[in-house]
Design a binder for this molecule. Structure first.
Ligand code: 4AD
Ligand code: MG
Length: 601
């Protein structure tokens, strides 16, 4: 029994892959009752119609050609198929179409038959797929495989060589035994395969003789893809300082530490989306360029085409910059007709969407032009900002704690090898610390209580403490590390004068419904608040602070039309990476750090 899928392409003889990129998953079941099966397709507007008991076809359109693909029922029944361009694969990524003959459809415009060949795009097994199994690869012993990656070490013995290859899919290398009978052994003898060289190795997976790994690859063929100069290649096996590695950020992902940080950072990003998506939050893209400093956070990077408007014109003379009669910059001549900046936060935009879609989050880059040369500040960092409608500060705190516990649990479960590596080499005890974070309830104090604790502390702080002062990193770390024994601590109800205008005023008239989540090593990981939803109170606050009310017209509209209590927070993603990996310096928690004086790579 066969099902027919008719693929419509533009009649142009060029098949444009971008236009044919279908994103959704759909189930093809050959014997469904006649019905329209709608598909979400990102780039082409079409739906699949089951045109007879055993046919699916895309709705016919002029200038389109249809192609028919036969699917063998045996292979498709009950399976979900993923259609990507001209490739049809099932969810386990096995090509189900290869080799199946195709015929043209009966559509009037179809005069050609198109052989839907599925080209495998994975010509190799990832090392994680080999060693990540329950038996660390033993279940694959006997298989003939090809791996591709970069040489970590090449140890020549009398008649063979141990070649350690890493492809970045996991921390482990795959040990390859390249013997004198291996095709390409001459490359080893000639010294062409040194640390950093890219290679492809084909052979049989065998049980390892050594105790360090369960399996190894007995190579039958070695192919050198890209050689290196062993004398100048900077990432040698010896330990390299983090400072030095920052100066070679194009090669540092090839080290164990940066490979592991990259994978855990990726897992944290994935878990972030998973957490919010599973709870019905809508991801909103907040703008990177903003024409108003509504946030009031200050210290923004200006985005302008006035000076200079391309890197080539960096020698622009001052006189060529448009100015007014009074000798001021003439912003009306600028790209946006007024000053524009890189955003410091997506919060105010998130509030717009929260007051329509209820629960939303942003996750994107944000920028601050503070001249802070610390281990916790970047000029460009990523922020996760959920915004919850019909919610108060308590909901906000619960969401933050639940999110943090979820992502920590996720990496402990899903990144075991990398987390073990951090525990051994970066921060001893990090596994126990994170396990506690995932299991134990967070602690909570008010700002006023926190200040009283700090006033009684025997430690001498660089910045003296008194009610009304902003808590410094040393105070935050003292509270969470010393007083609360490493448990994340939520501090609430800060003085209104040290917090932003949009935070909801408490009844005492002195404090606002703000919360910061403090964690050991990092200090402030999360900053959030319940937002002021009362129009009159918000307007009064804007006036009190001498802010320009007109520029908040749209923000005030949200209170004017259908206002609701709402709350949210911002979490610095690189600080989360620091907290989750034990990496000391935030510059090592992002692939390409931007800090004062440095924007290389
Ligand atoms: O406390 P912040 O400034 O809060 C806001 O921007 C709010 N609009 C968030 C919201 O309520 N939606 O920043 C939030 C977090 C901080 O707790 C910190 O983790 C991180 O962003 N952060 C930085 N991370 C790296 N480098 C910097 N320069 C950072 N500044 C803030
Ligand atoms: Mg803050």
């Amino acid at each position: 029994m066969a099902a027919h899928l008719h693929f419509n392409h533009f009649s142009s003889h060029h098949i444009c892959p971008a236009r044919l990129f279908f994103t959704s998953f759909f189930a093809v079941r050959p014997l469904l009752p006649a019905q329209r099966a709608h598909l979400h397709m990102s780039r082409i507007n079409a739906s699949i119609t089951q045109s007879s008991c055993s046919n699916f076809s895309l709705g016919h359109k002029e200038n389109y050609r249809s192609y028919t693909v036969h699917l063998q029922q045996r292979e498709t029944l009950g399976k979900r198929l993923h259609c990507t361009g001209t490739r049809l694969v099932d969810t386990e990524e096995h090509a189900v179409e290869e080799g199946i003959p195709c015929t043209s459809s009966s559509s009037p415009s179809s005069s050609h038959s198109f052989n839907l060949r599925v080209e495998p795009f994975k010509k190799r097994l990832r090392i994680a797929e080999i060693k990540g199994g329950q038996e660390e690869g033993l279940e694959r012993v006997g298989e003939q495989i090809t791996i591709r990656g970069w040489t970590r070490t090449c140890r020549l013995q009398k008649s063979f060589c141990f070649l350690e290859v890493n492809d970045g899919s996991c921390l482990s290398n795959l040990q390859c035994i390249v013997g004198s009978d291996t095709e390409g052994f001459g490359l080893i003898e000639a010294g062409s395969v040194s640390t950093g060289a890219s290679v492809a190795v084909e052979g049989q997976l065998v049980e390892s003789q050594g105790s360090k790994q369960k399996v190894e690859l007995k190579a039958s063929k070695l192919h050198l893809i890209g050689g290196t100069d062993a004398l100048t290649y900077p990432v040698q096996k010896k330990r390299l300082s983090r400072e030095y590695l920052r100066s070679i950020a194009h090669l540092r992902p090839r080290t164990n530490t940066f490979g592991a940080v990259s994978r855990v950072r990726n897992a944290l990003a994935y878990a972030t989306h998973k957490f919010f998506q599973e709870r019905g939050f809508i991801w909103v893209a907040s703008p990177i360029i903003t024409a108003s400093d509504c946030e009031g956070a200050g210290e923004q990077f200006c985005v302008t085409t006035l000076v200079p408007n391309s890197p080539k014109d960096s020698s622009t003379p001052i006189q060529s910059i448009p100015s007014t009669k009074d000798g001021l910059l003439d912003w009306s001549k600028d790209f946006f007709g007024k000053p524009a900046f890189l955003t410091v936060s997506g919060q105010l935009n998130a509030e717009i969407y929260a007051t329509a879609l209820s629960d939303v989050y942003t996750f994107g880059p944000t920028f601050r032009a503070e001249n802070s040369n610390t281990t916790r500040h970047l000029a460009e960092f990523w922020m996760i900002e959920p915004e919850l409608a019909f919610a108060d500060l308590k909901d906000d705190m619960a969401c933050a704690a639940s999110y943090l516990q979820y992502v920590v649990r996720y990496i402990l479960d899903e990144c075991k090898e990398d987390m073990q590596f951090f525990d051994s080499w970066i921060e001893k005890g990090i596994l126990a610390r994170l396990n506690d974070v995932a299991m134990k309830d967070f602690r909570h104090v008010t700002y006023t209580d926190a200040v009283n604790i700090l006033l009684k502390a025997e430690t001498k702080f660089e910045f003296p403490v008194k009610w009304g002062c902003d808590l410094q990193s040393e105070h935050e770390r003292y509270l969470t590390e010393k007083v609360f024994n490493g448990t994340p601590l939520i501090v609430t109800d800060y003085p209104k004068d040290i917090k932003a205008f949009y935070m909801r005023q408490n009844d005492d008239g002195k404090t606002v419904a703000a919360m910061d989540v403090l964690v050991p090593r990092v200090g402030e990981l999360i900053g959030g608040s319940q937002r002021e939803e009362r129009l009159d109170v918000l307007e009064r606050r804007i006036e009190e602070l001498g802010l320009e009310k007109d520029s908040y017209w749209w923000y005030l509209d949200l209170r004017r039309y259908g206002t609701v209590p709402h709350a949210g927070f911002g979490l610095g993603f690189e600080r989360l990476v620091q907290f989750s990996t034990g990496i000391d310096n935030i510059r090592d928690a992002i692939p390409f750090p931007r800090v004062p004086g440095s924007a290389e790579f």
